[in-house]
Design a protein around this ligand. Structure first.
Ligand SMILES: Nc1ncnc2c1ncn2[C@@H]1O[C@H](COP(=O)(O)OP(=O)(O)O)[C@@H](O)[C@H]1O
Ligand SMILES: Cc1ncc(COP(=O)(O)O)c(N)n1
Length: 260
């Protein structure tokens, strides 16, 4: 008898240095015991220090990749990351499997501070993907950019108002010894706090978190359980990554810590 794999699909950009983007998502899927498929939306030239170049793929080719995967594999959850430009966002929205839970990581700026997508892509994400999201996972600057709200709880409420079932507004960029993520839904706001891990190696935190949420949703968790499990997994990856060296800048989290 053959084993039926649980398939999670990431729709995201390439990070050739291996810490973020599709590379992070596939490592995360593997570490969490699911089968990772990947549709590339764009390429970057980047490393642990900064992003040198961003190169969106043609929207029609993104559609072709999606059709190839969705027409064959039984995709149980999808995560979107860096989406290139507005035409790519529209192609992704049109090609997603209709009934798989969707995690939208509205990637705009890399941890290094470099911009990864143009402004028209942000508007397209708000209009076409946020309304379909089981969870949208902006960091603090992205939450403000998507909603115009300065207050992060208010930003989360606005994302839920746009149709996302949950908004996980991440607090990694808010200074302080405690990092607090806000899980906002129609039921209210849950504060998820943890001590800040003292490390420069935060390359890929957001990608890894959203990929882990999607992996857990694919396995059948509800959103709240998936978010808890993903945060615990990311915490282990930050703690293990703190003691490892890849590159000379902000190194990656250790996606594979649970397999060591
Ligand atoms: N130094 C840290 N210690 C503990 N958790 C962190 C740290 N940096 C980021 N996180 C967590 O990583 C996730 C991604 O956070 P954030 O850095 O805000 O997003 P992004 O990587 O998308 O910019 C969140 O769950 C946040 O709480
Ligand atoms: C291709 C790609 N996608 C996303 C990110 C964001 O990375 P982070 O998870 O550190 O915010 C990145 N640096 N590169």
């Amino acid at each position: 008898m053959s084993v039926r794999e649980t398939v999670v699909l990431t729709v995201a950009g390439s990070d050739p240095s291996g810490g973020a983007g599709v590379q992070a998502d596939l490592k995360t899927a593997t570490a969490l015991g699911v089968y990772g498929a990947s549709v590339l939306t764009g390429l970057t030239a980047q490393n642990t220090r900064r992003v040198q170049e961003v190169h969106p793929l043609p929207a029609a080719f993104v559609s072709a990749q999606l059709a190839s995967v969705v027409g064959d594999l039984d995709v149980r959850a999808v995560k979107t990351g860096m989406l290139g430009d507005a035409a790519v966002v529209a192609a992704v929205a049109a090609g997603l499997p209709p009934s798989s839970p969707l995690v939208v990581d509205p990637v705009v700026v890399a941890t290094s501070g470099d911009r990864l997508v143009p402004q028209d892509a942000v508007a397209a994400i708000r209009a076409l993907l946020v309304p379909r999201a089981a969870v949208v996972t902006p960091n603090a600057p992205e939450a403000r950019l998507l909603t115009g709200a300065a207050d992060l709880v208010e930003a989360g409420r606005r994302l839920v108002g746009l149709g996302a079932r949950h908004a996980l507004v991440k607090g990694g960029h808010v200074e302080g010894g405690t990092v607090t993520d806000l899980l906002v839904s129609a039921e209210g706001v849950v504060e998820l706090s943890a001590p800040r891990v003292d490390t420069p190696h935060t390359h890929g935190t957001g990608c890894t978190l959203s990929a882990a949420i999607a992996a857990r949703l694919a396995l059948g968790d509800d959103v709240s359980t998936a978010v808890d499990a993903a945060r615990e997994y990311l915490r282990g990856a930050l703690l293990s990554g703190a003691g490892r060296q890849v590159g000379a800048g902000h190194g990656p989290v250790d996606h594979l810590w649970r397999l060591r």
